[in-house]
Design a protein around this ligand. Structure first.
Ligand code: HEC
Ligand code: HEC
Length: 358
């Protein structure tokens, strides 16, 4: 009984007391509801309006995976020997201690080569309807197969080579056995495990707390900004649990926007998909610049203005932009540091290839 009550008491203490307050006395089972920050009826109405277009983040995205699959995926996510010169891992471009990206307009891969697109964050990415700016990979598992073999990213020659590298590192065998029942290394299993790890990269934010009923989770400016965001129509494209990541739209929907990248046209070949991109998730957006598919814009306020003009046909004024940016700041959340922590590198075996800078 005592044990059952203790976590509840701690929860209540966390929610209502400043961090320095002494621990709250154990709560009685029928303790009255924790006092609310007395939301105005306006805030309550806004919360239900917001709940109609957004959704709180789950603690896990998609199908459950075993802890052993996650552990294997974590090891592979940080595995630099999956790159030709042993200098690049998934974490190089999607740094888990830097909001799942690298802060670069485009990312240096093998021999410092750069592609034409900005690295999106890997955080909360498993929520998206598909992966990449143009949605060309179905899910995080399918996506994980791409960068290892991409000549300007990790530059491994082929799937068999990637499998042989992992199989040559003795410490992986017990991890594959724990995750999949036997120690056979396959490219599918590698991608599957990396995907499993990514499905736990969630960052619950103040907006999630607000959606769940904590009216005090957002300050007045963020609340006003949320209202503006919904009023002007950003929710047409950036909505749902990811606050984006749920659909494809033309960049330059109302007013043409100049870009050389044909976007989803290159995936489907449909003329109607020219300059169409996945509307990105706006979770942690204040931390994941530079922005747009080409990383061409560094200032978030400018992106918001561009969106107003080119996607909505509106000139947003300074107060509207400021409010929206404040709201976007409330979408910033924390990754569980323990979950994301880099594991110790496993020792190479005699057959493990040496780094190849060529
Ligand atoms: C050299 C940098 C680089 C490396 C290494 C890299 N990525 Fe990426 N990643 C990118 C870029 C650039 C894109 C966007 C490409 C595009 O859309 O065409 C991307 C896209 C993604 C996405 C899609 C996110 C979204 O919002 O659509 C995920 C997930 C992802 N990478 C995970 C990984 C994983 C897992 C690895 C390791 C197996 C990895 N990346 C290795 C640069 C990198
Ligand atoms: C008609 C659909 C649509 C509307 C409306 C829209 N957006 Fe977007 N938004 C997109 C698409 C598509 C992209 C990706 C563009 C690209 O880089 O190619 C994007 C990109 C962004 C980005 C950059 C994301 C990143 O990771 O670089 C931000 C920030 C953003 N939108 C915010 C907003 C805000 C704020 C509003 C309302 C003022 C808004 N958007 C309205 C479709 C839309």
């Amino acid at each position: 009984m005592r044990n059952a009550l203790l976590p509840l008491a701690m929860l209540i203490a966390c929610a209502d007391d400043p961090p320095t307050a002494p621990p709250a006395p154990p709560a009685a089972p029928e303790a009255p509801e924790a006092p609310e920050a007395s939301p105005t009826s306006d805030t309550t109405a806004l919360a239900s309006r917001a709940n109609a277009v957004f959704k709180p983040l789950p603690t896990w995205m998609g199908d459950k995976a075993s802890a052993d699959m996650v552990a294997l995926g974590r090891q592979l996510y940080y595995e630099k020997r999956l790159s030709k010169n042993h200098d690049i891992s998934c974490n190089s471009c999607h740094q888990l201690d830097a909001f799942g990206q690298d802060g670069e307009p485009t990312s240096p891969g093998h021999k410092g080569q750069r592609g034409g697109r900005n690295s999106p964050t890997s955080l909360n990415a498993a929520l998206h309807i598909a992966q990449f700016w143009d949605g060309r990979a179905e899910d995080v598992e399918a996506q994980a197969k791409g960068p290892i073999l991409n000549p300007i990213e990790m530059a491994i020659a082929d799937e068999a080579t990637a499998v042989a590298i992992i199989a040559s590192i003795p410490g992986y065998a017990p991890m594959f056995t724990a995750a999949y029942g036997d120690d056979q290394v396959t490219y599918d299993r590698m991608a599957d495990a990396i995907g499993a790890f990514e499905r736990g990269l969630v960052t619950p934010s103040p907006v999630d707390a607000f959606l769940k009923g904590d009216a005090s989770a957002l300050d007045a400016e963020q609340i006003a900004g949320m209202e503006t965001y919904m009023d002007v129509g950003c929710t047409t494209c950036h909505n749902g649990v990811g606050v984006g990541g749920a659909g494809y739209f033309k960049l330059g929907m109302v007013q043409p926007y100049e870009t050389k990248d044909a976007g989803r046209f290159d995936v489907t070949g449909l003329e109607s998909d020219r300059f169409v991109f996945k509307a990105p998730s706006l979770r942690n957006i204040t931390q994941t610049g530079p922005y747009l598919h080409d990383g061409s814009i560094t200032d978030l306020s400018e992106v918001v203005r561009i969106m107003g003009k080119h996607q909505l046909g509106r000139e947003l004024d300074g107060a509207q932009v400021g409010g929206i940016v404040a709201f976007l700041g409330a979408l910033e959340g924390k990754l569980d540091a323990e979950y994301a922590k880099e594991p110790a590198t496993l020792a190479s075996g005699p057959a493990t290839p040496k780094p190849d800078p060529s």
